[in-house]
Write a protein that binds this ligand. Structure first.
Ligand code: SAH
Ligand code: F3S
Length: 444
C-alpha cells in the first residue's frame, strides 16, 4: 500500500453485536485518530476496513463472513487497495483459521488487544505482512481520554470482561475469556474524569456485572461500586448490563432503591421457563428462584422495569418446556424481552453434547408466538403509563418538531416534549400519549 502518512489514511470500523463491541470500536477509533488516521463510516472509501465482530449467534457470524468475502473479493478480483482486519469475538473464535479461509485478510486482533489496533494497522501497512495478535493474558479493559464517544452526554464504561459462568449455549466464555474486573479505583477515576468533561449518563458494561470485583480483597463488589459511582456529583444517570440472576442479590436491589441516579431498568436474562431446560443450560437457577428474585426486586425497588432474554428451541425443548416459557412470560409480565432462536455454537458444551433437534419451523413458530405475546404485554404496560410523571434526562433537540426535545426516562423509555432544555438537563415530564414506542408529554 502506497500510503506514506497516517494522516491521509481513512479507516472504517463496522461494529456487530453488543455494547461491549460498541465501546471497543469507540476506543479503537479514538486511538487511531490520535495517531492521525481519519475515521470514515463509508467502508467503500476506506484504506483500512475493520470488522468488529460478534459470535453469539450463527446469524451474526454469517453477516460478517458475507462482508469479509466481499472485501476480499474486491481485493483479489478488482485490485482494491484496502487493508482488511478483524477484531472482536470472531478473532478469538476462529483465530488463524480466518487467515486460511480469507487469503486477503490482513490482520486479526483479539478481544483483549483493542488498544493495540493502531500499532497493528501501522505494522501491516509498513511491513506488508499479515499479523495476528491474540493474548490470552491481560486485563483487556482500557480507558482513554481519546475514546471517540457517540454522544456528548453518555458514555459506556466497561468494568469487567469475560465470564466464569458456563451456560452451555454460550460462546462468550470462549471468546472473552475468564472474568477479570477493572480495579474500582480506576473505574471511579474514569467516571470522575467523564463527569469533569460534561458526561451526565454512564452505562457500566460487563458480561456478568454482578460478579464484579470478586478477585479483589477490598470489599468493593458490584453493589458497592454502583453506589460509589451513583454518588459522584454531576453523574445523573447510572445504568448497567448484564446481570445474572444467581448473582443479583438483595443488597444490590437496596443500593438501587437508595440511589436516585441509578436507573430503574433491570435486565435479568431468564433464558427458559422450564426447569429441565434451565438445568441443561447450566443456568444455576430454577424458575422458583428466578421468581423469587423478581419478587425481591419489585418489592425493594417500586416501579422497576424488568427486561429479559429468552432462547427458544434449545436442544431437547419439548412443547411442554416451551409452554412453561410462554407461561413465565405471561406470569412475570416483563417490560421487554429479547427472544432468540437457539443456534448451536461450535465449541460450546451444548453444541458438543446435545443434538440441535428442534425443527427450525418449531423454533420460528415459538419465536414469533413469544414475540407477539411480549409485544402485547409491552404495549399494555406502556398504555398504563399514560398520565404518570417521570424524571427525564434530555438527550437532544427533536429534529422533527420545532421547540421540542427528546429525553430518556429512568426506565429507559424515549419521550418527546416541548422545551428548550440543554442536553443533559433533567426534567419531570407527564406522559400524555404513546405513538408506536415513543411517549409524548409535557413538563410539570
Ligand atoms: N451475559 C451476556 C450474555 C451474552 S449473550 C451479556 O449480555 O453480556 C446475550 C444473549 O444472547 C443471551 O442472554 C442469550 O439469550 C442469547 N444467546 C446466547 N447464546 C445463544 C445461542 N447459542 N443461541 C441463541 N441465543 C443465544
Ligand atoms: Fe454467556 Fe451465561 Fe456468561 S449467557 S456471558 S455464559 S452468564
Amino acid at each position: 500500500m502506497d500510503i506514506v502518512k497516517e494522516k491521509n489514511i481513512k479507516v472504517s470500523i463496522k461494529t456487530f453485536g453488543c455494547q461491549m463491541n460498541e465501546y471497543d470500536t469507540e476506543l479503537a477509533s479514538g486511538l487511531l485518530m490520535k495517531q492521525g488516521y481519519q475515521m470514515t463510516s463509508d467502508e467503500t472509501e476506506a484504506d483500512v476496513a475493520i470488522l468488529n465482530t460478534c459470535s453469539v449467534r450463527e446469524h451474526a457470524e454469517t453477516r460478517v463472513f458475507g462482508r469479509l468475502s466481499r472485501l476480499c473479493f474486491e481485493k483479489s478480483k478488482f485490485g482494491r487497495n484496502v487493508v482488511v482486519g478483524v477484531m472482536g469475538c470472531m478473532s478469538e473464535n476462529y483465530k488463524g483459521e480466518l487467515f486460511e479461509r480469507y487469503p486477503q485478510l490482513d490482520f486479526i486482533v483479539g478481544t483483549r488487544n483493542v488498544k493495540d489496533v493502531p500499532r497493528i494497522v501501522k505494522q501491516v501497512i509498513s511491513d506488508k505482512k499479515r499479523v495476528m495478535l491474540l493474548e490470552e493474558e491481560g486485563l483487556g479493559i482500557e480507558f482513554s481520554e481519546f475514546t471517540q464517544r457517540k454522544h456528548a452526554y453518555h458514555a459506556w464504561v466497561p468494568i469487567m470482561t469475560g465470564c466464569d459462568k458456563v451456560c452451555t449455549f454460550c460462546i462468550v466464555p470462549k471468546t472473552r475469556g475468564a472474568e477479570i474486573s477493572k480495579p474500582s479505583k480506576d473505574v471511579i477515576e474514569e467516571v470522575t474524569r467523564l463527569r469533569d468533561r460534561g458526561y451526565k449518563s454512564i452505562t457500566l458494561l460487563g458480561q456478568n456485572v454482578n460478579s464484579y470485583g470478586k478477585e479483589f480483597a477490598d470489599g468493593v463488589g458490584f453493589p458497592q461500586l454502583l453506589e460509589r459511582l451513583a454518588q459522584i456529583d454531576g453523574i445523573e444517570m447510572v445504568s448497567f448490563t448484564t446481570s445474572h440472576p444467581s448473582d443479583a442479590i438483595p443488597e444490590l436491589f437496596e443500593v438501587i432503591r437508595d440511589n436516585p441516579a441509578i436507573t430503574r431498568r433491570f435486565h435479568l436474562p431468564l433464558q427458559s421457563g422450564s426447569d429441565p431446560i434451565l438445568k441443561k443450560m447450566k443456568r444455576h437457577h430454577n424458575m422458583d428462584q428466578y421468581l423469587e428474585k423478581v419478587e425481591q426486586l419489585r418489592s425493594t425497588v417500586p416501579g422497576v422495569d424488568i427486561t429479559t432474554d429468552i432462547i427458544v428451541g434449545f436442544p431437547g425443548e419439548t412443547e411442554e418446556d416451551y409452554q412453561a416459557t410462554k407461561e413465565a412470560l405471561q406470569k412475570i409480565e416483563f417490560d421487554g424481552a429479547y427472544i432468540y432462536k437457539y443456534s448451536a455454537r461450535p465449541g460450546t458444551p451444548a453444541a458438543e453434547n446435545f443434538e440441535d433437534d428442534v425443527a427450525l419451523s418449531d423454533k420460528k413458530r415459538r419465536n414469533s408466538e413469544l414475540l407477539d405475546i411480549q409485544d402485547w404485554i409491552s404495549q399494555k404496560k406502556n398504555q398504563n403509563r399514560i398520565g404518570s410523571t417521570h424524571k427525564v434526562l434530555v438527550e437532544r433537540k427533536n429534529s422533527r418538531g420545532e421547540g421540542e426535545v427528546v429525553g430518556r426516562t429512568w426506565i429507559d423509555k424515549k419521550i418527546v416534549f416541548p422545551g428548550t432544555e440543554a442536553v443533559g438537563d433533567i426534567c419531570e415530564v407527564k406522559i400524555q400519549k404513546l405513538v408506536n414506542d415513543t411517549f409524548f408529554g409535557v413538563k410539570v
